[in-house]
Design a protein around this ligand. Structure first.
Ligand SMILES: Nc1ncnc2c1ncn2[C@@H]1O[C@H](COP(=O)(O)OP(=O)(O)OP(=O)(O)O)[C@@H](O)[C@H]1O
Ligand SMILES: [Mg+2]
Ligand SMILES: [Zn+2]
Length: 467
């Protein structure tokens, strides 16, 4: 069965509020309190705290890092087993140039959904709201926002605004008072820092966790050691309040993990699959109702599948299908140049027509007057700009006469556009699109078919304008 990670992002635009301390220690507490649950951590910062804390041996320069993950490397190749049983991805100093690839805000959500990582993923972010932080925010089942004072609380509003802008539910967001100096007491109802911060937060409509993290000199000292290592609170600051506060935060997180049936990665992946399935359905529906024969030569396309180089569709969409490249070239050559097939210049003219029509859309609009029948023939490029317009007289067309020059054209028009009692459907026309003969059905795939429909709409307007 496929696995999806429950994702926790630690974010604050304010620097030095305790994000990295929270992210790294939370990973260790989670692993300690749920041994069988895989926990993976990585950071978008370039401080290498994660590496210093979790690396088992000396830095492995060969191993993949966060940059590789973001460039599309598979998660199995980038996650390494680290100290305390925590999986980690090496930090990178090269994330500055990655913005180009991360235009969309959901790229990381997709990457995590497709990563096959299970358990919990913790993402430590930089103190800003750049595109990587935004991706980490939207990918998260829970976002913890450490706040240590009023300025950091002020800054939170930008995160909430981001969610509002995109219409994303803000229930994943929660503030966590951090670096609280418990020696500071106030007079009145807001008796200390955390009570004051929580009151202001709640007043502004922000959810705030029940716990908080105290400021502790012991915890602060864990960063600075003669061996250059950073030690965890769990192993090196057990006697502090911060230790029990971390246990509390971890229990809170585990409760939400247990209560979540489908995490964001799973929901997003299901949504992607459904979208794909829907696209497939539409594609299959488009394959239905295609003409079985090439309307010019009358041959069954299934029997002669080669050289299906054009796709045609009528303005009312009631006739659609593929045409042979050779048949279209012959038809256009005769119709546009009035040449019979045995004319000495036919082959040269045909080569020219074939070349032009393979790069452009042909529009064929029979204008049937009481005196005269003519074909309004136009060529457009794929951007919808008209390249050519030509009026071709069609003698004998409405009498059903063939004259050896326009036969193929008359056949196509009659087959595609005939309505009641053989008369052409009023004001209807058809357009002929070049397709890749190696894979003609690709024209019915979502993106290319949408492009055709944009053009059909555009043509519908063009043909009503005076020439
Ligand atoms: N509970 C704590 N008690 C005392 N000091 C702490 C505590 N938590 C973190 N610190 C210290 O505060 C400083 C900032 O912490 P940390 O690096 O975790 O913050 P940050 O928000 O990740 O910073 P940045 O925005 O620069 O990434 C560090 O020196 C850290 O040791
Ligand atoms: Mg940090
Ligand atoms: Zn044909």
């Amino acid at each position: 069965m496929r696995t999806y990670p429950y994702t926790i992002t630690i974010s604050s635009e304010k620097g030095g509020v305790g994000k990295t301390t929270l992210a790294t220690n939370l990973a260790i507490y989670l692993k300690a309190m749920r041994e069988d649950m895989p926990v993976t951590i990585f950071s978008f910062d370039n401080h290498f705290t994660i590496d210093k804390m979790f690396e088992l041996q000396k830095r492995n320069e060969e191993a993949c890092d966060v940059h590789a993950l973001l460039m599309g490397e598979k998660a199995v190749n980038v996650v390494q087993t680290g100290q305390y049983g925590v999986g980690y991805i090496r930090s990178s100093t090269e994330l500055g140039d990655i913005h180009e690839r991360f235009k969309g805000p959901m790229t990381l959500t997709r990457m995590l959904a497709e990563s096959g990582i299970s358990g919990i993923v913790i993402i430590d972010t930089r103190p800003d709201l750049n595109i990587l932080t935004q991706n980490a925010l939207y990918a998260a089942d829970r976002v913890l926002i450490p706040v240590k004072d009023l300025p950091s609380l002020e800054n939170c509003k930008n995160i909430f605004a981001l969610f509002d802008q995109r219409g994303i539910d803000k229930k994943s967001l929660a503030l966590l008072p951090c670096l609280i100096d418990e020696r500071i007491k106030f007079e009145g109802i807001f008796k200390d820092q955390k009570t004051l911060l929580r009151a202001i937060a709640v007043n502004r409509g922000y959810r705030c966790m029940d716990t908080f993290i105290s400021k502790s000199p012991k915890v602060e000292s864990l960063n600075t050691n003669p061996d250059g290592k950073i030690y965890p609170i769990l192993t090196h600051a057990r006697g502090t309040d911060v230790h029990s506060q971390f246990m509390e935060v971890t229990r809170d997180i585990l409760r939400s993990v247990d209560a979540t049936k489908e995490n964001r990665a799973c929901l997003y992946h299901t949504w992607l699959l459904e979208k794909e399935a829907h696209k497939k359905e539409l594609y299959l529906a488009r394959l239905e109702g295609l003409a079985e024969r090439c309307l010019i030569c009358g041959a069954l396309l299934a029997e002669h599948p080669d050289d299906r180089s054009f796709y045609f569709e009528t303005s009312d969409r009631s006739a659609r299908g593929f045409l042979h490249g050779n048949c279209v070239s012959n038809m256009l050559c005769s119709a546009l140049y009035g040449l019979k097939e045995d004319a000495p210049t036919f082959d040269a003219a045909k080569a020219l027509v074939a070349d032009k029509s393979s790069k452009a859309v042909s529009l064929l609009f029979p204008r049937i007057g009481s005196e005269l029948c003519r074909l309004d023939y136009r060529q457009f490029n794929m951007a919808g700009e008209q390249l050519l317009q030509k009026n071709v007289e069609m003698p004998g067309f409405d009498a059903g006469e063939f004259n050896g020059v326009h036969d193929r054209l008359y056949l196509l028009l009659n087959e595609a556009l005939a309505g009641f009692e053989g008369a052409l459907r009023k004001e209807s026309w058809l357009s002929v699109y070049p397709v890749d003969p190696g894979n003609p059905e690709a024209v019915l795939h979502d993106e290319s078919y949408k492009a055709i429909h944009r053009l059909q709409k555009h043509f519908a307007k063009e043909v009503t304008l005076p020439i």
